[in-house]
Design a protein around this ligand. Sequence first.
Ligand code: F1P
Length: 349
Amino acid sequence: METNNGHSTYSEIQSQPRTWEATLSKYYALHPDVVQFLQDQNRPLVFIGCGSTYYLSLSAAASWQTITDSTARGVPSSELWLFPKLVLRDNPRLFAISRSGETSETILAIDTYKRLTNQKCLGITCYPQSLMAKDSLLTLCTDSAQEDSVAQTRSFSSMYLLVQQLAGIISNKSEFLTDLYKTPHMLEKLMALYEPLIHEIAVNPNIDKFVFLGSGPLFGLASEAMLKMKEMSLSISEVFHFLEFRHGPKSVVGPGTMIIGLVSETSEEHELKVLSEMRRQGAKTLAILENGGPLSTENDTVIELKSGIQELARSVLYLPLLQLLAYYRSMYKGLNPDRPENLEAVVRI
Ligand code: F1P
């Protein structure tokens, strides 16, 4: 029997080059209030979100800090209203991220922030009519990245790109921005080249769990890849910082373990050694990195980005192939990645 399972997820993943273009061309010129908010670099910036958008907050904060040379951190929205003294102690500015703009924990966090500090915050959402957008915020909207599917794919990558673009604009990093604008075209090429390989891994019956590794700004993206695999394919899926993996988690590695490393340029040598060690312990490994070298050939599979652009600007390119991996794994298991079991698009409490 023919089904429409996965149709939305697949087309949303594949549409990312166009969605990224639309997002990056929307906020070339920023509203003066947004500029004023973002330029107040004496106060730290706290990114908040839930689920995918919490993981986005981790990579957004790492990117922000690196690009603008100012302090930023990412925390789950719930922490702000459950433990306001922990999160608001250093009088931070608040940057809320939510695809739907309706998630209760994020709305509660914004309300708590406004009540306790009497200050505005900035938000990114895909829905201009959402509660978050109406809540007297400064709001930026990635409306071209709206989705029918429950699991976030193009919304995540587009909102992440927008944060990076804002950081580049605020700190006048023109080379960084030029690199960012090259990513849609690069993604098109990567998807065409590596989709068959991703499919092959997804349908391998000998894999029974997935582990995603990432460090620095890539940790939030590795976490999102872990969540996609879990949400769409109901598989055992874990995430760790590369070097943390040796400190206990490696105990569970065996022949059914697929370890996927989002290898950075900054710490490539240390990260590739973790992958080699795990392969010797019996795991299958996939290294995703800019250019393969002697150490990377010790992996079962290598994906080379070959972007030629700055390390941070290329970070978004790691994600779509891993979204595709979760999609194909879900289809292989006979599930519907568009409507994962036990999940809803918006959590309201
Ligand atoms: C956050 C989120 C999603 C997750 C799930 C429930 O939504 O946690 O990341 O996949 O569907 O909601 P949002 O606040 O970004 O809309």
